[in-house]
Design a protein around this ligand. Sequence first.
Ligand code: FES
Length: 146
Amino acid sequence: MNRKEFILKSCGACLGATAISGLLSSCSATRFTTGRLTKDGLLIDAKEFETNEKEKYRLYIIVRNEELLFPVCVYRFSETDYSALWMQCAHQGAELNVAGDYLQCPAHGSEYNNRGHVTNGPADRDLRTFPVIVNNHQLFIDLRKV
Ligand code: FES
């Protein structure tokens, strides 16, 4: 291998490592939990939103439970204010991706804000949302309307 080949291969490996590292860091930024499914909904410990930094909280967590057809994205606005969004697009039912404070559909590009309101079509209605009751550092997401 000559010097030029070495540099090209090395840089390719570096770029690959950088890309993988970026993916891993973005994956590690998203918190997933199964929650605990009860007869009427999901229970989540509010500590799921805590980070290693004091007084810093995750913007959202994703509850992915094999008993549910779609995940639920839970946004934290304050200690007592959360939203719980069913991650199924209101257009044709694709599973949504979370991109910070909004959700985006990979199928046709619809977007929803962190309260579940559609902000960009083709979807023409909001996401399903669920009441979140905070009690003693536990969140209860009422799924009875699924
Ligand atoms: S299924 Fe989501 S925009 Fe079409």
